[in-house]
Design a protein around this ligand. Structure first.
Ligand code: ZN
Length: 160
């Protein structure tokens, strides 16, 4: 089918023909290929500017999932009757002690850094659950900070 016929008759993706363009991940700049339907009516340049590579989009999905889970746990602690607080906090602590280390590991992978989990991170979330976002943000910026060179005497070299 030629393009005009496809425009008229394409009912499923299987009917379409595609071409590939080379572009760059908008986050890390890694080259990525993008398949575009030949009948795509929009601006291809615009579309290619939105492309992310698999590893950048995986990281972003994971960040969103973790943030949502942690937020859910912390916001749950807000309005508990006094009688339930102790048990709820213990339960929250148990779950946060799994999720917050994963957040540290994610921040480390994201910034190619090393942020060690520390129980005080969970403790501050339990103390002020509404400020859970501050703790997550602090962990994130710890990963962003330049680290000293592991070998003394050598100039510090950051990995992009
Ligand atoms: Zn990327």
């Amino acid at each position: 089918m030629n393009i005009e016929e496809q425009k008229k008759h394409a009912r499923t993706y299987a009917d379409l023909t595609y071409h590939t363009i080379e572009t760059k991940c908008k986050f890390c700049g890694k080259p990525v290929k993008l398949q575009i339907a030949d009948i795509y009516p929009g601006n291809e340049q615009e579309l290619s500017g939105l492309r992310t590579c698999d590893s950048c989009s995986d990281l972003r999905v994971e960040r969103r999932n973790l943030d949502e889970k942690i937020r859910h746990i912390c916001l749950n602690l807000r309005m508990l009757p006094r009688a339930e607080i102790k048990e709820a906090k213990e339960d929250a602590a148990r779950r946060l002690n799994v999720l917050v280390p994963r957040w540290c590991a994610l921040a480390s992978r994201w910034h190619k850094a090393e942020v060690a989990f520390d129980e005080s991170m969970v403790e501050s979330m339990l103390k002020e659950p509404m400020k859970y976002g501050d703790v997550l943000g602090r962990i994130w910026s710890m990963a962003k900070k330049p680290r000293p060179s592991p070998q003394p005497g050598l100039p510090y070299k950051d990995t992009p």
